[in-house]
Design a protein around this ligand. Structure first.
Ligand code: DGT
Ligand code: CA
Ligand code: CA
Ligand code: ZN
Length: 591
């Protein structure tokens, strides 16, 4: 099993991941299998433990050993990780292996056994060499590497190359929010916003682009560059700075002194392709557009330096209007779909339209909140309905509910429901779609539930045809209401399945099943392009936070951004239905 450093890992999972990593590296070097297996067993026990191991290890070691059934050696390692963030063994071993070899473990489809063969037998010590030797047939001749494996690894490498140097949107979002708070708190700052791909709501960002309006740019730059999260100041000008943060993310800041925030905001929001289309349109109308404004085109260039009066510059709205365009929301300023300047912009879904959460977990499976706390958190957010959808029995890792436990859970949900007013509580399940498309509970049990989210969690490397059949079968099941994170992709993690979204959406549209945009920033699945396809094929869309802890409710805006990029309108989103319409949808004829 490869190392998992997924976003949102619990403290235990992070400790477990170090154990896994050590086991992986030992396996690459050909160490004693017993030692490796013992480490992997410890990793699983740590992952699955309900105890707060990091919190307990320093003051209550004895309980860990007694309650969690862990040995002294394991406890020592946990303590070392908690105290130092690593293990001496792991560091020593990392130094003995060429630096390019361990990253090969992160290539989907490559485990330690295969990495060992690649390194020891074919001398492959980094991803570039791996790619070359996959292409020239060297790898295909090695034991255990058939044609299909070679093709899969090549595909994984191509996927990883596309993501190099990019960050998940939440990393960018958190950095931007922190800087905006800092900047907006300064008296010299009149206005501060983020632009670029983050504003356009992309699922990954290359860097962060901040814009500030101020008549004291030097002070603003000084404040910005003094931030404690900065590792290196890359550019330090009077009105322009670039820094690299400790997490590797680059942040660009521009300070505007004149009255042209709108033009700069438009320019630095992009996309580059959108800017090109706007400039061409301006040209055709005898105007010229740059980051300072929209000007009459006198053929001279740089009008802002010659005192030429701008036609529009203070707001984006005024510039679109002068170009005789409707205002185009930032999420649609991309070259996905049809000519972005051709059709009038639809009225997109927005955060205010979301009225309910239809995918949430409690402590019954792998959530952090009790039924009651989850319901109260949903109510505090003003939702009219919360669906409780814990994992089904096959999801062993996620503590999925057996049939008996689900029945008890339904009763517990009804009980809480009778005690809390002002919000409707649906007893549901996030039921696994097994590899063949069948569901993880018997039909009679599923039909007792108020709502069923059916999601794929395993066998995510299926070929597109098998994946399509699998998901179609789930959508056709009469109990299913929502197809959860349909492809199983992880942003910058794994590509997931590549099913025929149009075919699935067509079937879903017929059956009244909604396709989910999972709002977790490491999922965003469906992705923007899929949303467009699904809408064109007639499906309804759900935007769910897949709540496992209270903070997950705050991920909603990532899902809404993806929805807007997919041109989702309020009328096509089940989470935007009012309480009665939602009940009506759930009570639709099935068969
Ligand atoms: P990223 O950072 O790779 O996720 O994507 P963006 O879109 O944030 O790109 P970035 O940071 O290089 O530039 C921010 C915006 O500035 C970009 O969306 C459009 C504008 N921009 C930057 N360079 C150029 C350029 O060479 N031509 C045009 N037309 N616009 C540019
Ligand atoms: Ca950027
Ligand atoms: Ca940039
Ligand atoms: Zn879930």
């Amino acid at each position: 099993m490869a190392t998992r450093y997924a976003a949102g890992m619990s403290a235990n999972e992070q400790i477990g991941a170090r154990f896994e990593r050590l086991a992986d590296l030992l396996e690459i070097t050909g160490a004693n299998p017993f030692r490796i297996n013992a480490l992997r067993r410890s990793a699983r026990a740590i992952d699955a433990s309900p105890l707060d191991l990091a919190g307990m290890i320093l003051h209550d070691r004895a309980s860990i050993i007694a309650l969690a059934g862990m040995g002294e050696g394991t406890a020592n390692r946990i303590e070392e990780i908690v105290r130092t963030g690593t293990m001496a063994d792991l560091d020593t071993l990392s130094k003995q292996i060429p630096a390019g070899v361990p990253p090969l473990l992160d290539v989907p489809g490559l485990g330690p056994k295969k990495v060992r063969v690649l390194w020891q037998t074919a001398g492959i010590e980094d991803a570039a060499t791996l790619k070359a030797k996959l292409l020239d047939g060297t790898v295909g001749a090695l034991p255990g590497f058939g044609a299909k494996t070679v093709a899969n690894i090549l595909e994984s490498l191509a996927f990883m190359e596309r993501g190099i140097g990019r960050f998940c949107a939440d990393v960018g979002w958190n950095a931007a929010q922190r800087f905006l708070a800092l900047l907006r708190g300064a008296k010299e700052v009149e206005r501060a916003e983020f632009a670029g791909s983050l504003r356009r709501g992309r699922d990954t960002v290359g860097d962060i682009d901040l814009l500030v309006s101020s008549s004291h740019p030097e002070q603003v730059c000084e404040l910005f560059c003094a931030d404690r999260e900065i590792e290196k100041v890359l550019v330090r000008g009077d009105t322009k700075c670039s820094v690299r943060l400790k997490n590797g993310l680059q942040v660009d800041l521009r300070v505007l002194t004149g009255d042209h925030f709108g033009a700069a905001y438009l320019y630095f929001t992009g996309s580059k392709e959108h800017n090109v289309l706007l400039r061409e349109r301006a040209q055709r109308r005898g105007m010229t557009l740059n980051e300072y404004g929209l000007y009459p085109d006198d053929g001279e260039g740089a009008p802002q330096t010659r005192g030429v009066q701008a036609i529009a510059s203070a707001t984006e709205e005024s510039i679109y209007a002068a170009l005789e365009l409707p205002f185009i929301p930032a999420h649609l300023r991309e070259e996905i779909g049809a000519d972005p300047l051709g059709a009038p912009a639809p009225t997109l879904i927005s955060m205010d339209s979301i009225r309910c959460e239809l995918h949430a977990h409690t402590t019954a499976s792998d959530g952090e909140l009790s039924i009651e706390d989850l319901v109260l958190a949903a109510k505090a957010r003003g939702f009219h309905t919360i669906a409780i959808t814990d994992h089904s029995r096959s999801s062993g890792q996620a503590n999925g509910l057996s049939i008996e436990r689900l029945r008890e859970h339904i009763a517990a949900i009804r009980e809480v429901s009778s005690m809390i007013s002002g919000i409707r509580i649906l007893a549901g399940s996030e039921v696994d779609i097994l590899a063949d498309g069948s569901l993880d509970y018997p039909d009679d049990l599923l039909s007792e539930l108020d709502i069923v989210v059916a999601s794929p969690h395993t066998a995510l490397r299926q070929d597109p045809e098998t994946a399509t059949k699998r998901l179609l079968r789930a959508v056709e099941h009469p109990a299913v209401d929502i197809l959860g994170h349909p492809t199983g992709r992880m942003v910058r993690g794994r590509p997931g399945m590549d099913p025929d979204i149009a075919a699935i959406a067509q079937c879903a549209g017929r059956r009244g099943v909604a396709l989910e945009i999972n709002a977790h920033p490491s999922r965003l699945d469906l992705r923007d392009t899929h949303v467009r396809i699904a809408l064109a094929a007639g499906a309804m869309i759900a935007i769910n936070c897949d709540v496992h802890s209270e903070e997950h409710f705050d991920n909603l805006h990532f899902g809404v951004a993806t929805a807007r990029r997919g041109a989702l309108t309020t009328d096509r989103c089940v989470n935007a239905l009012d309480a009665d319409a939602l009940s009506g949808w759930l009570a639709r004829p099935r068969g």
